[in-house]
Design a protein around this ligand. Structure first.
Ligand SMILES: [Mn+2]
Length: 260
């Protein structure tokens, strides 16, 4: 059964690495359609491909699907991230009907304006207080990378993914502190520029919450969470998660803010 949404945001697919859950994303895209799709960065992991490049059929099929959608009436917009930052040089141009933009402004059904950006450009804006907080940021980035490596190993062994580090991440207070600061910085940045909210990816943590007056939304990733953000036809934001076990899409309850 195909659900058609007003808008769909997908990021952090990391095509070109074993960590990418390309088959799941293809199945997800057969169940979900949207009038407009934002590809919000780290779609192809050109960074990792510099050292080791894989590109199996499933990965090609994901790209083919996006271009096919763009050719057949879906508005597809590509906002590159830090792992596909080379594509930022194509900003202002189109690839097979997909415009490339450094950032985008999304107008919601209710008229609110959201800044759409990958999120890596926010990292330098995050106020780094103590050494412990700086450690948290570094530890978090390392754990995201660890997830990718464990996942690669397990898929080589033919086992499904176990998000070991997501448990560690949740327990690591300094990493939680980094996430909280990232989310707050994102909302502050968008608010200061006159936006009603922000949609980003980058930290691999799906979330929808209000921070002050500003809407913060993160579409997650297709390495660990297999998640996407949608705007319904009536303008409600929601996170969808693909559950490979049941081949089903579940809606994720609004993420509770992390403990301060
Ligand atoms: Mn990123």
């Amino acid at each position: 059964m195909l659900s058609n949404y007003r808008t769909l945001w997908i990021s952090d697919v990391h095509l070109g690495t074993n960590a990418c859950r390309a088959e799941d994303l293809i199945r997800f895209l057969t169940e979900v359609s949207a009038d407009r799709i934002y590809l919000t960065g780290d779609i192809v992991d050109l960074e990792k491909m510099k050292t080791k490049a894989i590109f199996p059929d499933a990965h090609r099929n994901v790209l083919a699907r996006f271009f096919q959608l763009a050719q057949s009436g879906t508005e597809v917009i590509y906002v590159p991230g830090n792992h596909d930052s080379q594509m930022r040089e194509l900003a202002g141009k189109e690839i097979y009907g997909v415009p490339v933009m450094l950032e985008a402004t999304h107008k919601m059904a209710d008229g609110r304006r959201l800044l759409v950006t990958h999120g890596d450009l926010l990292d330098p804006l995050i106020r780094q207080g103590t050494g412990l907080e700086q450690f948290g940021a570094a530890a978090y980035r390392m754990l995201v990378h660890l997830d990718v490596m464990i996942n690669q190993l397990r898929s080589r062994l033919g086992q499904d993914y176990v998000p070991v580090s997501s448990r560690i991440k949740r327990r690591l207070n300094s990493a939680n502190e980094y996430i909280r600061r990232f989310e707050e910085t994102a909302a502050e940045h968008a608010g200061a520029r006159g936006y009603d909210g922000i949609v980003c990816g980058h930290i691999h943590r799906p979330c929808i919450r209000n921070i002050g007056e500003t809407q913060y939304a993160n579409d997650g990733d297709w390495v660990e969470h297999r998640s996407a953000l949608i705007e319904s036809q009536t303008g409600a934001l929601q996170i969808l998660q693909w559950k490979p076990a049941g081949c089903a899409i579940e809606t994720v309850p609004q993420a509770s803010p992390l403990a301060a």
